[in-house]
Write a protein that binds this ligand. Structure first.
Ligand code: FES
Length: 101
């Protein structure tokens, strides 16, 4: 059961392997936008994956293409709806109004 740490609040959520980051964050009470219903089309779920990148699903061409259209993207950027959790702990930084779209 992966532990999900959410910055900047430092909240810790007990997630489940196989869940997307978006599902885990919403289940944990975070208010992350998902205007496209997790289809990698809106970019609203953009966040920084700070730790645990090797334990989650790899970026798909679809996710990569969407990230290319978002302002403020960095090397740790991911779309929460596209990241499937494994067993490793993960730390994410929510960007809120800074998400840049
Ligand atoms: S919810 Fe739209 S891109 Fe993730």
């Amino acid at each position: 059961m992966p532990q999900l740490t959410v910055l900047p609040s430092n909240k810790v959520i007990e997630a489940a392997a196989g869940q997307t980051l978006l599902q885990a964050l919403l289940a944990g009470g975070e208010s992350l936008s998902s205007k496209c219903n997790g289809q990698a089309k809106c970019g609203a779920c953009h966040l920084f994956l700070k730790e645990g990148r090797k334990g989650v699903s790899r970026m798909t061409p679809t996710e990569n293409a969407k990230l290319d259209t978002i302002v403020g993207v960095g090397s740790k950027s991911r779309l929460a709806c596209q990241v499937v959790l494994g067993e490793e702990p993960v730390t994410v930084e929510l960007l809120g109004a800074l998400s840049g779209f």
